[in-house]
Design a protein around this ligand. Sequence first.
Ligand code: ATP
Length: 692
Amino acid sequence: MNPIADNSDRSIDLARQHLLRDGQVSRQFLRSEIAHSWQRSVDAGLSCASPLEPENLSQSSLNDLKEQHRPLIEAAHPEIKQLAEYFSSVGGLVMLADADATILSVTGDKRHLDSQTRYALAEGASWCEEIRGTNALGTAVIDRSAVMINGNEHFLDSVGYLSCCSAPVTNAEGEVIGVLDLTSLVDNQKLPPNLSLVRQGVRAIENRMFSSRFRQQVILSVHSRPEYLRSSWQGMIALDLDGIIRAANDQLCQLLQRNRKELTGRSLERIFGIRPEQLLNDIRRKGRGVLRGLSGDFCCELLHFPDNQPLILPENRPARETKHRKADAGHKQSDELHSPNKALPELSEFAGQEPSLIKGVRMGSRALAHELPVLIQGETGTGKEVIARALRNDSRRRHQPFVAVNCAAIPEGLIESELFGYQEGAFTGSRKGGMTGRLQQANGGTLFLDEIGDMPLALQARLLRVLQERTIAPLGAGQEIALDIAVICASHRDLKQRVAEGLFREDLYYRLNGVCIRLPAFRNRADKASFIRGFLRQLTPDGQDISLDPELLHQLLIYPWPGNIRQLETTLRVAIAFMEPDESTITTEHLSDDFLDELSSRTAGTDKSSSETAVVQYADITQTTGLSSKAAEKEYERASRYHQSDLKAGEEGVIRQALMHHEGNISASARSLGISRATLYRKMRQYDLMRS
Ligand SMILES: Nc1ncnc2c1ncn2[C@@H]1O[C@H](COP(=O)(O)OP(=O)(O)OP(=O)(O)O)[C@@H](O)[C@H]1O
């Protein structure tokens, strides 16, 4: 850096004086990126005293712009929320802009700004350099790199009291598609400018966009240092199933010191000298693989495997690979529930042998038949969307559209147009042909509102009106459209609790809650063993008979499954993929190291000679493990003795199963559980099992 251009107020003041006096940008007093930007500002005809003219888009053009940038806004939403949690409490702003530096969202505290700046730092305002001179948003776009513009480094005098950090967001092709910015007052002691925080936020946004764009590819996390794997600094590769590199992120190109063109479209083997099957096998065995690049070795881990695809197979299994590729060829993207080797279960299959589900699906079906709404509550991964689809497939609307909306995934500013839509010409710049809202798309069929508990309060009122009046008026439409839809809602949050906290409208809660189906957590299901068996059958690629090692089954039955069926599915998919062609039994050898660690830590302390009992029907064991009935009986005996900690982990399920096994006989159930009859009664009351 130039010794005089020390970034101090004094050197910048000197540069300003110089500019006013001679009309020249003096490079000796400024950091070089600031000097270049000042020069561009002068070339654009600006002067430091230029006013902060309003340059904001109309509301309608803003809506249109947001619509265009929906993927960026959605990917940035979690980062902005997280940054704003801290920043807004200490007087800062978090902003997202598009690649022209037009602000798409502003979150935070604007009280410390003067009224002009407040207006100029609003959604729809342009901060491109030609209009605003040197500023973080506009300069980051032009320089294609992260910048901090502090105080009077800003070209316009009127914003010299701000301190701003911005970094550009790029897509998988390396094009700038937006900018993330943190802004505060220069003298805000609680919030010193923090470029690395913005850079980190941008990496997280880019990685999220990369992951959601390449759902049909294998995604690997790559870095020369293992501690950076899975962090926002990771390199990412999206790999087609035949080992061709489809995309690479910026960090990967930097790590490998190669440009994107040298990587994309080439085979993994050509670049790194390793076949994808071999790499995945290494990852399975050691948790990580090694990629050998020109500039050294890189470790890598598996981030994502496409749901609907057969996993990359061990080297000597080409036939199966080909077969499944063909089966998948015409498969629709991203519809995880319609995977070729895992059909959507029918209602009875969904309920399995779990009493609460048998009752739940019956009630849900009846509710839909009587045009009543259905509310589904349950932890994440318990199958709320699966049951919603199965209920619809069982209803008279089975041939009509099923439209699913995840209310938590859509940013607040977009959810209204997403749900209600608008007509062409509703506002200047509105999309040609307008936009049909999701409610209207569902007309005649079924609307599934997932994570309804996260819907903003203002929209809850509008939804309530639609459900009461059964009509909808898209923005700009002259007339109302009649709506004939079945409504199914789901949430992992306790909606009653949300009502009590004032976060969910009570009237809407009662309107949606025609019938409430509570999906049990997987650990509490009474039919875990038979469910696992059925699931294995669904997931096995070509009808192969795959069984589970009894010892492993014991552990799976007592493991608490925090991710429920989703986690079980991933676990079994990985295990199946890592079986050799001549193997037919899944053992701990086939599990990922991560899951094995988790399994042993969560099921530690299991003492099979303990008097506490976990009842597992031996019929289930026979079918799940493929053992003869005699051997299965032995296994049943073994499985029937677990430590108290296991009983706690899935106590409700264990008690249910004991009662089912002993056909409701309290004495026999209590004996097998190793507890007194009084304790069993108490626990039955606790888990509301008296009636069933
Ligand atoms: N009964 C079932 N049979 C087969 N697969 C199931 C079943 N229930 C859930 N799954 C699988 O588990 C995964 C999660 O299911 P789903 O998305 O319906 O859960 P969810 O409760 O809606 O989760 P979230 O609250 O996180 O959205 C999916 O891959 C789905 O295929």
